[in-house]
Design a protein around this ligand. Structure first.
Ligand SMILES: *Cc1c(COP(=O)(O)O)cnc(C)c1O
Length: 481
């Protein structure tokens, strides 16, 4: 039975609280609130009892799928487990109850935490400075491209284009366009990496920079990276690394050492802060000396044994987020980094790579692996063989829900037909990986023996196939009417 909206559960006069009667004289609202702001019609709030509220939300929470409920192989998104100790530290009064307008002397601990976290991320990235402000990977990209623009401005010419491989995440060309640049697509070769010949064709003094993901969205490491950086630098461009796939390489290789000038880091992917469902993210940006002076303000500096906010950066691109970014995410990531230490972080990356390769070894017989290079922390299969049997990737993804899993990422990257992009992360056991592989192999069998069932999946989820185009165009249909 579909869950009703809480507005539909509402009955006039029902309530979920009792308050003692007032023992001080009531003041009239108009004493304290300007008349024009006083509500004339009561707010349309649902009227429900306390147990109805609790049951409603508990029922909803059990319909939802999340990392605490099961395996979540959503490629590119790094849905690793979020350790509960992170929640504990971020909920401590010193983290949760401070206000960003408190005087600096009163929030020394928070400033120290930001200073230390920035320094750790700087070390992990192999760069010279970090801004913690961006609220997501995409905003980190925008920040990075704004920094690149400012750099060229300081050299006298902003240039007009940024190169982006055809395997890139959609946010890359979007960030380029929003920054006033033209995104120029660079082809991938038969190994799934940047085609150096095509790159060469596009290099000239209009190139402001290149955005590259490494390992790329196929999970494949760009082995020509040093050469690529040199080629772009030789025409005066800068190198941006989309660091969304950092979980494959933490402690193994550093973006700065590969030759990148700027990288964003998704704390909500690599450093285990919760994500999905549109909650707050965090996408710090690390840069080398070329871009350091342009970083957003304020930055936390250490003066003697005090931590201070420095707003005096004359060449800064300005603010990119209110106050210091999403502070709660910074506390979680800091906890994660400290609780693992350098060896633990490196171990997480190598385990993420091992888990992905193990899962691939179980699946590559049944599904096509279009690019043969050994992947790192994720891999992309094609369901072209299943499509010949009349079953699309979308059908397979929906059928996976019936087996109790979240679906992998589908139809991305765009260069793979019928793509299924799988990222298990390091936190999953061999039993979990085997059970998931068994389910996918079973679905492959079903595409031969009972394709209709796969095509009409899911049959066990709270809702069946949704008309997402209709939902996107009619956002308000569930209210009023
Ligand atoms: C997730 C991701 C992004 C965007 O990051 P958000 O934090 O979701 O904004 C960019 N590039 C790649 C490759 C990603 O996987």
């Amino acid at each position: 039975m579909p869950e009703k909206l809480i507005f539909e559960l509402s009955r006039n006069g029902r309530k979920g609280y009792t308050l003692p009667s007032n023992d001080v004289p009531a003041s009239s609202e108009s004493n304290s609130i300007p008349v024009k702001l006083i509500r004339r019609v009561p707010a349309e709030l649902p009227e429900v009892s306390e147990n109805e509220v609790v049951r409603h939300f508990v029922r909803l929470s059990t319909m939802n799928y999340h990392i605490d409920k099961g395996f979540y192989p959503l490629g590119s998104c790094t849905m690793k487990y979020n350790p509960k100790v992170n929640e504990k530290t971020s909920a401590m009064p010193g983290s949760a109850d401070i206000h960003p307008l408190e005087p600096q002397e009163a929030i020394q601990g928070a400033l120290e935490l930001m200073y230390n976290l920035a320094d750790m991320l700087r070390e992990i990235a192999g760069m010279t400075a970090v801004s913690l402000q961006p609220a997501a990977g995409a905003q980190g990209e925008l920040t990075g491209i704004m920094l690149i623009r400012k750099y060229h401005e300081s050299k006298g010419k902003v240039r007009s284009k940024i190169l982006v491989p055809d395997s890139a995440h959609g946010t890359n060309p979007a960030s380029v366009a929003i920054s006033g640049y033209r995104a120029v697509s660079i082809k991938s070769n038969e190994n799934g990496t940047v085609d150096l010949e095509d790159l060469k064709q596009h290099l000239d003094d209009e190139v402001a920079g290149m955005m590259l993901t490494n390992p790329n969205t196929l999970g494949i490491f760009e082995t020509d990276i040093v050469k690529i950086c040199k080629m772009v630098h030789d025409v005066g461009g800068l190198m941006y690394m989309d660091g969304a796939n950092l979980n494959a390489i933490v402690g193994l290789v550093r973006p700065g050492d590969m030759g990148f000038d700027v990288v964003h880091i998704n704390l909500h992917k690599t450093f285990s802060t919760p994500h999905g469902g549109g909650g707050p993210g965090s996408g710090p940006v690390a840069v080398n000396d070329k871009l350091k002076d342009f970083l957003p303000v304020p930055v936390v500096e250490k003066k003697g044994d005090k931590f201070v906010l420095d707003f005096t950066k004359p060449n800064s691109i300005g603010k990119i987020h209110s106050f210091f970014g999403n502070f709660g995410m910074l506390v979680r990531a800091y906890t994660y980094i400290l609780s693992h230490g350098p060896d633990g972080l490196r171990g997480n990356s190598t385990n993420a790579v091992i888990n992905a390769n193990y899962l691939l070894s179980r699946l590559r017989g049944a599904f096509i692996l279009p690019y043969k290079a050994r992947p790192m922390h994720e891999f992309v299969l094609s369901a072209d063989k299943q499509k010949e049997r009349g079953v699309k990737t979308l059908d397979i993804a929906k059928r996976i829900l019936d087996y109790g899993y979240h679906a992998p990422t589908v139809y991305f990257p765009l260069i793979v037909h019928e793509a299924l992009m799988i990222e298990p992360t390091e936190t999953e056991t061999r039993e979990t990986l085997d059970a998931f592989a068994d389910a996918l192999l079973k679905i492959d069998e079903e595409t031969k023996s009972m394709p209709d069932v796969v095509r009409s999946a899911p049959s066990t989820s709270p809702v069946r196939r949704l008309d997402d185009a209709h939902a996107a165009r009619n956002v308000n249909v569930c209210f009023k009417e």
